[in-house]
Each structure stands twice: as structure tokens, then as C-alpha cells.
Design a protein around this ligand. Structure first.
Ligand code: ADP
Ligand code: MG
Length: 864
């Protein structure tokens, strides 16, 4: 076999170390892919597959993308779950002797993306690392693009559920884990079925204790336990170490961006199961998975991308500590009351750039001049923001203002160095501000002045030679040249050296022109190099200030969220909830925060709520379909949740004793994709609630038992109510279509009947949307069907059937009291057999009217 070409040998060397990734191999202005990578990428990216000589008989399959637009292609591959290794030319091909040096500078994976074009502004992009050992787990989540990291230790009996809950809290786009996790089948199945993320199994040797020690010391210093808050004997250090190892292997640089870790105890936050998050539509709707129509959509009046991300994370992890919640509420209240301050803060925030992610690109060295300039213009807003926050006269906000560093020195440094019109690439220069560096100024003089010298020279030559048409031009092959049209070539002086002949002109160079050219071209090259160097120095200096900038970015983000919550409270007419450690949920004139915004045209009818752990412990809610049962129940859950993130709530008055968890079983969220029947899913969810709810939880059960036969369903529903009431005692809202359950009010303490009132006039009903005490007297199914547009004959027939059924057992309330056999006779009375035979034998065609009448007479007689 023929030898591979040197470049292909180089390619294979690199590919050997990156078998699992698609290798983007930089060749001049393109990133090329070869062999299997090329075949795969050409399919996934719809690129034309070509070939390249590689020294062997068959050409190597190849496809490529232009280097200046590679991000979009990488983004598409990442979204499809691939990883991409970027191989760069490590030296200028023009200067290289022999083969250009190349190396992998980065592996881009879904969890390690930093390019803004591949990230969603309003959402953190987490990579997760899980280390499991002997029934305990350390879990770390890091957002490389913002430099934030969170970590916790999990160790209960329900470890799988805990891990899944954490995964849902952060929805990472990539998960790393050690082999032990493979034994937790629930977790691996969950990741496979419900999460769109890449996974990576880390080898056990990654977790050797010395290696962990080394890794953490290098990142956080010798006293890493104090710096991070990790327990030295916990699992979290291992998870973090695995994560750091992976980042070092894929990123090469910039890993120092992860400066600190936020350690949280799982119990710091309200428990929200994945199902509950989905049901309550916190950040995406159940249908369509959109933001519009979610709680986040209502609340998100933030101005900055940093604020958007923080708000989302507050929403995803409500607090359970009343003091911490009230601290947030204090700030929101101050901003709520001070309209002018709030408006000014919001105005200043609207000029704040995403400096959190910008700092990552700064540390990685990929920030553009234009972006760096916007860091300075963000700094411009800081003194005002600081003063405004301080001026609200709220201790919480004053403390927050204290964390905003005006970053004057950084701003000055940038403004001094970077040109106002700084472009978004370094390629064309124009980055460094005039007056910043003497050499830059001088080189620019030559470059610009140089053009002046040329026109000078041109004029001089015209005069000396007397050639009117003489002109100086430039092309990439010859550089500067003198062009003389054919008719004047005889007048050309001896010093002119001919370089090129065109159809009607000749091109020459002279000694003098060459000299000038060297000076000019040399200067613009030197200028570019120098500008790049100065800009890189600036990035380096800024990176050294990372901690300060990061802390300020965090404080600004928080101010943004607080101001947004205050603004929403004003616009939507919310009230500050009283949050305490009690067990009550008392709401006066509560509203559903999302539905009231969705249906702007019709008014939303407010309703009260009284729930606690004593008298009003479990509310059974009945009422016809479409009356508003589900809406009412969700509205209560959302109000509790809003209060616990520190937001005002849609109500006239509200008192919330912190709940440790919200559980919901709502509607028929068919989980057919996962291959389970609706009923099975429903029961699994109910089982989970019964297992994990505590007295401090809030539970919402919406028409459970629907998925099976009436009697089964009703029995299960009843047993569930009895169990919750007898064994758990949590605040519960229970909507049901089984009227029979309303009897439970008499049997069980703390159970109360409510219904959503409707007005009935003749055949028509009007929904009043009011919740009132007592059971509903009727389910109005037929009226609702009519309202929904079922044809008249059908609703009329349904009414006949209903009437007939009721006639079989007057006063019956329950299906099992109805006499179905009697009903059948009533509905379709049987004919005696001989009459049926006669009827069959009848020949209608030959029947005379008299015979027909007689037969009818006989028939009627047999029925009596
Ligand atoms: P149910 O669960 O009883 O079948 P829903 O809660 O689904 O009823 O409510 C049906 C519709 O009624 C909702 O989509 C909403 O548009 C409207 N609705 C419910 N409650 C109210 C209310 N309090 N004020 C105004 N409209 C309401
Ligand atoms: Mg409903």
C-alpha cells in the first residue's frame, strides 16, 4: 500500500486521540472532515461529499465548512448529540517550513459550549457530574459559560428519586457519571427517556483519591475543603474532580473560570418532582413546550440575560426558609413602593450586557473587541445602579448594592485601550484606540500616510515621464505596480522593469516603488500583530479581575430579578404574602397568575382558599366539567410557589406557611411515549405522592381514577383520600367526578366539600367560577356536552337515557344503586316470540291496508 501523505499522517495522529468526536481539521479557510467523519457530517449537515488525495490509490472522502461560519455547523452537530474536536493550525501557513503544525484546541460538547450563537441567552447550560458510592451520591452542576457551579450530597433511601429530582432542577445538557451509577436503573432509564442530554461514563481511575486531591488543590487551593465547602469525606469532591478532569481534557484552557462552588443542601429548596414541574407549567407548557403560557412567561420582565437565567433558577428552586423568603420579599416590596427608583433601575439595566458569559470568553481568549467595549459600557451603568439600590432605604437592597463594584479601573482601562468603533473581529485591525500606544499610532501613520506617498510618487512619475495615463495600482500577486497604456510604452524610462503584459497596457515596477511597498505592507502587517498583542494583554488583565467582575455580575442579576418581580407585582396587581413557618394556606380573592394573563378579554373570577393541617385539611372539589376545578387547584399551588420564590402573589391578601413540597397529579398526561398506559402512569404518580408527601407538603389530586372502570376508580380515589387524611395529614386539594366521595366529609375529620357553582336555567348552564361550600348537586354532564356543541339529537337522547335510568331507582345517588336490568326492559320492551315470527313472515308488498291495520291492532294488544 502506498504511503499516506504527510498531512494525512498528521490527521490520523490527531484522530487517534479523538475517536468519539467529529474532527474539524483546519485547512486554510476551511475546517475539513475526512473518512467516516466526512460521511457522517455530510449526511447530518447536508454537505457535499468530495474526496482528497491522501497519497493512497483511493481518495479520502472529505467534506468541509468555511472557518468563519463553522459555529452554526457545530451547533447543529451538538444539538444532534455529537461532540466536535476542533483542530487548528498552530502557526501561520505562510511562514511555516514544511507541514503546518496542527493541534486540537478544544472539544466542543453539549455541556461545554461557550459560543453565544450555540447558547440560549435566558437559560443556563449545565454539565452535570454524578459520583455514586455505597448508597451515597455527590452531584455537581456547572455552567461553563457563566462559571457557576452547584453541588450537593445525597444519601437517603430514595437516592434514585433524589438524583432524578436534582437532574430536573437543573436540566443539564450533558451528564458525566461513574460506573456505579449504571446500577441505578431508575436513573439511567429516566435520563434515557426524559432528558435530551449527552452522557459520558468516566473511568474509575479518574476517581483515584490522589488524583481527586490533586485536581481540587489545583483548582481551589490546598485548603479546597474550606474554599468550596465540600466535606472531605463526601462524594461531592469526587464528582467535582471528575468534572474538572473532563473539562481539562476537552477545553484545554479556561477551566480556571470555575472559581467557586455553591454547596446546597437538598432541603434548602422546595421539593418539586419532575411531574409536578411539568404539570404546573413553570417554564414550559405541557403542550408545545413553549414559554408563552407559563409562570416564567408572566414573571419574566427582566432586562438582562443574566437576570433571565437567575429568575428561571429561582423559579426552579423555591425556598423553604421563611427568613430567606422574607428577605427577598423585603427587597421586592421596597422596589414595588418606589416607582421612580424602580423605573430608573430598569432603565439602567436595559443597557447592561451579558458580562457573565462575556467573562468566560475573555478567560478563554475568544472575546471580541466589540464585546470588550460593551463590558466598559456596562460598567458605565454600575455607579447609578449602586446608588439607586442604596437609595431604596431597604437593608437588603443596601447590602446588595454593597456587592456592586463600580469597576472604575476596569472601565478606564478598556476605554483607554479599545476604539469606540471596535469591530467584532481582530482580523482587520482598528481595535486599539488612537493615543493608547505610540507604536500603533506610528504604524497607522505609515499605513495611511503611505497611500499619500503613493499618489505623490504617481504625480512625480507622470511629470518626469510625461505619460499622462501612468497610474500606480496594486494586486495580490505583484504588489504595487506602475501601469502604462500601450500607446505610451515607448516613453517608459530605463529604470522601469516590465512585470506583466495586458491587452492594452504594460505593468512595471521600479526600485523606488518596491522600497515604498515594503514600508507600507510591512507596516500594516506589523500593525495587525501589535494590535492583536495589545488586545490579548487586555484580555489577560481583565481575566485577572474575574472574581470582582463575577461578583458584580451576580449582584446586578439579582437586582434585575427583584426589580422584575416588583414590576410584575405593580402591573398585575399582586399583593405581598405573609410567609411564616405555620401550616396554613389562606388566600383572599386569589387568581391564577397565568390564566388571568392569557384571557385578557374576559375577567378572571377570584376565589378564596382556606387550607391548613386541622379543620380544613383536605378539600374535595366537585362540579361539572369545565367549571374551573383544575384551574382553582393549580392557582393555589402557584400562589404558594410564587410566595416561596419571594414574589408577590395574585390575590387581595395571602398567608403562606412554607410548604416543603408540592405534589400534583393533574389531568391525563399521556405518557404513551414511555410505553406505559395512562392508568399505570397515574397510579405510579399517586404512589410516589403517598410515599414522599409529608405533613408540610401541598398535594393536588385532579380526578384520579379516571383511567380505569368506575368502581375501581372510585374505590381507589376513596382509599387515597382516607390514606392522606389518616396517615399523612398534608394540605390536599382533591377534585373528583365521583359524587360519592362527598360523603367523606361526614366520616373523616378535616375533610371539607366544595364545589364550583354553576347557574342552571332550563337546559342551559352558566359557569359562575365561584368556589362554594358543599357538594355539587349535579354533574351537568349533558348540559356541558350541549355547550360543547354536541348535536341536539344526541343530547336529547342522552337525557332520555338518564331519565330512564333515574326512574329505575328514584333517589339514587350512586351508580351502583341503579337497576340496569330494569332499565333495559324499560328502554326496549321485548316482544313475545310468536309475534316476532309473524312479523318476520309478513310480506309488506302484498299487504292490504285493512290487513295492516289488523296486524297493528294485534301487535299492540300483545304489549299490554
Ligand atoms: P375543570 O377542571 O373543572 O374541568 P378547568 O379548570 O379546566 O375546569 O377550567 C376550564 C376553563 O374555565 C379554563 O380553561 C378557564 O379558561 C376557565 N376558568 C376557570 N376558572 C376560571 C375563573 N376563576 N375565572 C375565569 N375563568 C375561569
Ligand atoms: Mg379539570
Amino acid at each position: 500500500m502506498a504511503e499516506l501523505s504527510p498531512m494525512m499522517t498528521q490527521y490520523f495522529e490527531l484522530k487517534k486521540q479523538h475517536k468519539d468526536e467529529i474532527l474539524f481539521f483546519r485547512l486554510g479557510d476551511f475546517y475539513e472532515m475526512f473518512y467516516d467523519d466526512a460521511i457522517l457530517a455530510s449526511k447530518e449537515l447536508e454537505l457535499t461529499l468530495t474526496g482528497r488525495d491522501c497519497g493512497q490509490e483511493e481518495r479520502a472522502p472529505m467534506c468541509g465548512v468555511p472557518f468563519h461560519s463553522y459555529e452554526g455547523y457545530v451547533a447543529r452537530l451538538i444539538a444532534k448529540g455529537y461532540k466536535v474536536a476542533i483542530c487548528e493550525q498552530m502557526e501561520d501557513p505562510a511562514l511555516a517550513k514544511g507541514l503546518v503544525k496542527r493541534d486540537i484546541i478544544r472539544v466542543i460538547t453539549p455541556g461545554t459550549v461557550i459560543e453565544s450563537s450555540m447558547l440560549q441567552d435566558d437559560k443556563n447550560n449545565y454539565i452535570c457530574s454524578i459520583y455514586l458510592k455505597e448508597g451515597k451520591a455527590g452531584v455537581c452542576f456547572a455552567d461553563v459559560s457563566t462559571g457557576t457551579a452547584h453541588s450537593t450530597e445525597l444519601c437517603s433511601e430514595k437516592l434514585s428519586t433524589q438524583i432524578i429530582t436534582e437532574l430536573c432542577r437543573y436540566s443539564p445538557s450533558e451528564v458525566l457519571f461513574n460506573a456505579a451509577l449504571l446500577d441505578l436503573k431508575d436513573v439511567t432509564a429516566y435520563i434515557k427517556q426524559h432528558m435530551t442530554c449527552a452522557v459520558e461514563l468516566l473511568e474509575d481511575e479518574q476517581f483515584a483519591p490522589q488524583r481527586v486531591e490533586q485536581q481540587l488543590t489545583a483548582q481551589f487551593g490546598a485548603d479546597w475543603a474550606a474554599a468550596t465547602g465540600f466535606a472531605r469525606d463526601g462524594c461531592a469532591p469526587y464528582a467535582m474532580s471528575g468534572l474538572l478532569g473532563y473539562l481539562h481534557a476537552t477545553q484545554k484552557k479556561g477551566v480556571e473560570r470555575l472559581k467557586s462552588v455553591h454547596n446546597y443542601a437538598e432541603a434548602q429548596y422546595m421539593q418539586l418532582s419532575p411531574v409536578t414541574r411539568a404539570n404546573l407549567e413553570l417554564t414550559e407548557t405541557m403542550r408545545g413546550r413553549e414559554k408563552r403560557g407559563t409562570l416564567l412567561w408572566v414573571l419574566d420582565k427582566t432586562q438582562t440575560a443574566m437576570g433571565k437565567r437567575l429568575l428561571r433558577s429561582w423559579l426552579e428552586q423555591p425556598l423553604v426558609n421563611a427568613a430567606a423568603i422574607n428577605a427577598r420579599l423585603d427587597s421586592v416590596q421596597a422596589l414595588y413602593e418606589q416607582n421612580i427608583q424602580r423605573a430608573e433601575i430598569i432603565e439602567a439595566l436595559s443597557r447592561v450586557f451579558d458580562i457573565e458569559r462575556l467573562m468566560t470568553r475573555t478567560v478563554y481568549g475568544s472575546a471580541t473587541p466589540k464585546e470588550i467595549y460593551s463590558l466598559a459600557s456596562t460598567c458605565d451603568q454600575l455607579p447609578a445602579l449602586k446608588a439607586l439600590a442604596e437609595g431604596c432605604g431597604c437593608p437588603e437592597l443596601t447590602a446588595l448594592a454593597g456587592r456592586i463594584d463600580p469597576l472604575e479601573d476596569i472601565k478606564e482601562r478598556i476605554y483607554a485601550a479599545v476604539d469606540e468603533q471596535a469591530p467584532s473581529t481582530l482580523k482587520e485591525g482598528g481595535v486599539i484606540r488612537a493615543g493608547y500606544n505610540a507604536e500603533v499610532d506610528e504604524l497607522r501613520d505609515i499605513v495611511h500616510g503611505g497611500k499619500g506617498y503613493l499618489s505623490h510618487l504617481e504625480a512625480k512619475m507622470k511629470e518626469e515621464t510625461g505619460i499622462r495615463t501612468l497610474k500606480i495600482g496594486y494586486n495580490r500577486v505583484f504588489g504595487y505596480y506602475i501601469e502604462v497604456s500601450k500607446s505610451f510604452t515607448s516613453q517608459v524610462p530605463p529604470g522601469f522593469v516590465r512585470k506583466q503584459t495586458l491587452a492594452n497596457a504594460e505593468r512595471y515596477i521600479t526600485e523606488e516603488l518596491k522600497e515604498l511597498e515594503n514600508k507600507i505592507l510591512g507596516a500594516s502587517e506589523r500593525l495587525l500583530v501589535l494590535e492583536r498583542k495589545l488586545f490579548e494583554e487586555l484580555l489577560f488583565d481583565l481575566s485577572a479581575q474575574l472574581a470582582r467582575i463575577q461578583a458584580t455580575a451576580g449582584a446586578v442579576a439579582k437586582l434585575d430579578v427583584l426589580a422584575a418581580l416588583a414590576q410584575v407585582a405593580v402591573t398585575n396587581d399582586y399583593v405581598r404574602p405573609t410567609v411564616d413557618e405555620g401550616d396554613g394556606l389562606h388566600i383572599t380573592e386569589g387568581r391564577h397568575p397565568v390564566i388571568e394573563q392569557m384571557q385578557r378579554k374576559s375577567l378572571f373570577v377570584p376565589n378564596d382558599t382556606a387550607l391548613d393541617c386541622a379543620e380544613d385539611n383536605l378539600l374535595i372539589i366537585t362540579g361539572p366539567n369545565m367549571a374551573g376545578k383544575s384551574t382553582y387547584m393549580r392557582q393555589n399551588a402557584l400562589i404558594a410557589l410564587l410566595a416561596q420564590i419571594g414574589s408577590f402573589v395574585p390575590a387581595k391578601a395571602c398567608r403562606v406557611g412554607v410548604v416543603d413540597a408540592i405534589f400534583t397529579r393533574v389531568g391525563a398526561s399521556d405518557d404513551l411515549a414511555a410505553g406505559q398506559s395512562t392508568f399505570m402512569v397515574e397510579m405510579t404518580e399517586v404512589a410516589e405522592i403517598l410515599q414522599y408527601a409529608t405533613k408540610k407538603s401541598l398535594v393536588i389530586l385532579d380526578e384520579i381514577g379516571r383511567g380505569t372502570s368506575t368502581f375501581d376508580g372510585m374505590s381507589i380515589a376513596r382509599a387515597v383520600v382516607e390514606h392522606i387524611s389518616g396517615h399523612i395529614g398534608c394540605k390536599t386539594l382533591f377534585a373528583t367526578h365521583y359524587h360519592e366521595l362527598t360523603e367523606l366529609e361526614n366520616d373523616l375529620p378535616g375533610v371539607k366539600n366544595y364545589n364550583i357553582a354553576v347557574k342552571k336555567r332550563g337546559d342551559d348552564i352558566t359557569f359562575l367560577r365561584r368556589i362554594v361550600r358543599g357538594p355539587a348537586d349535579d354533574s351537568y354532564g349533558i348540559q356541558v356536552a350541549k355547550l360543547a356543541g354536541l348535536p341536539d339529537e344526541v343530547t336529547k337522547r342522552a337525557k332520555e337515557v338518564l331519565k330512564a335510568l333515574e326512574a329505575t331507582a328514584p333517589g339514587a345517588h350512586r351508580v351502583d344503586q341503579l337497576d340496569f336490568e330494569a332499565f333495559e326492559q324499560l328502554a326496549a320492551p321485548a316482544l313475545p316470540g310468536e309475534m316476532v315470527d309473524k312479523l318476520r313472515a309478513l310480506d309488506v308488498e302484498t299487504l292490504t291496508p285493512i290487513e295492516a291495520l289488523n296486524f297493528l291492532y294485534e301487535l299492540k294488544k300483545t304489549l299490554q
